[in-house]
Ligand binder design. Sequence first.
Ligand SMILES: Nc1ncnc2c1ncn2[C@@H]1O[C@H](COP(=O)(O)OP(=O)(O)OP(=O)(O)O)[C@@H](O)[C@H]1O
Ligand SMILES: [Mg+2]
Length: 462
Amino acid sequence: MSAPEPLQILVIDDEKGTAEAIAESLERRGHACTIATSGKSGVAKLEQEPFDVVLTDLKMADLNGLEVVERSKQLQPDAEVFVITGFGDVKTAVEAMKRGASHYLQKPIDLAELRAVVENSAKRVGTLRELRRQLDEKFGFEGVVGNSPKMLRVLQLLKDYAPTPASVLILGENGTGKELAARALHTNGRRKNKPFVALNCAAMNENLLDDELFGHEDGAFTGAKGQRKGRFEHAHGGTLFLDEVGDMPLALQAKLLRALENGEVVRIGANDPVKVDVRIIAATNKDIQKEVESGRFRQDLYYRLKVGTIRLPPLREHREDIPQLVAHFLKEFAKRYGKSVPKVSPAVWKALEGYDWPGNVRELRNLLDSIMILDRDGELTPDDFPEDAGIKPHGSSSTPSSGPDHLIGRPLEEVERYYMEKALELTGSNREEAAKLLNISERTMYRKLQEWKKESDKKAEE
Ligand SMILES: Nc1ncnc2c1ncn2[C@@H]1O[C@H](COP(=O)(O)OP(=O)(O)OP(=O)(O)O)[C@@H](O)[C@H]1O
Ligand SMILES: [Mg+2]
């Protein structure tokens, strides 16, 4: 690591002059400082954006500095907290360290000491970021999580296409991460500092979409007041993300193709074209090839859009990634709600990995969100699941009455059946998994199930 990493630093002190002096001294070293002049506004800043270092005074009128330390550690566990104490107030300083502060500075502040301490943490942050980057390379890409063969292939394609100007077509069911992938392509490409403009082609009718994409001149149609740029022009130099492109009306498809081929757009009602330099990323959950075959999607546009194609697999085809995704989202929501990352009970794991996830990763993420809002005990058990969730785990961890106690004294046959059904439930009716869970052969499992089926069919006939 050569030059120290520039840090995002939050300075909290209700003496504005002190805060400004500190910020100025650190900004001269290339760090970016945000000032808060009360404990409360400091905490509010912590809720809004990430910081590498938090510097807080301990004596403030509205909120005790110790509380700021505590909240900071909850909201941003990775950020280092330095406290500023009055001269000789070592006791409070020690208390602050107990609550997670990593250093204390005494008033009046020695700016040279301050800079030295901050440089040190810059080195640590640099190493941490480097480690993260390496981990990211191995396990994910820009928040796209996955380590299964299918997702590794997706990640590789994202990395390959990102730095190129190629149009990329992203295919996949609802909630598989198409928009996330589109953003990852943009932020890792050469246009990352230019705009990323998204437009949902299914959300409006033909005329509105035309206007949104290409803009208009004053008086071009009834209601067209003043001149307005379309999204194409807004995306100039950057990326235009055409979401649900499979739903674009045919007439607009022709106009879009022309714009792409010529590198220019004509606003509605205009005579002269405007040059645009835009990278196109498009996504659809439709079977686009079928749309082409049936004449609902122009073949020439299809080829123009799919210079690169990335297919995002439905979640049920890469269940191996569920543990990593769950960990990722639990961490995200724990941070958002100021809670610790909860433990997940085995029954819940089983259910999560066995469910079919028709809403894919979005369904998983939303489920964990609603569970995390309500969770109090830091552990996810089957009864934490909302009533209306599609997935219903069954377990006995916290409701002993639902355990197998009622089976005591029952015929062995019934006990067997209870466990087999339980195992099938837990594995989402995956017979192979269920047999493994019970440590019996799949054949035995199959035979028993057939027997019971015959019996119940017979009963039904009677
Ligand atoms: N591989 C992944 N890793 C981490 N988060 C993911 C992943 N895939 C999807 N997500 C998250 O799931 C949610 C849904 O993803 P996104 O909106 O990108 O899906 P989509 O394919 O565009 O869905 P739709 O077709 O419904 O528009 C987002 O919050 C996204 O961040
Ligand atoms: Mg989407």
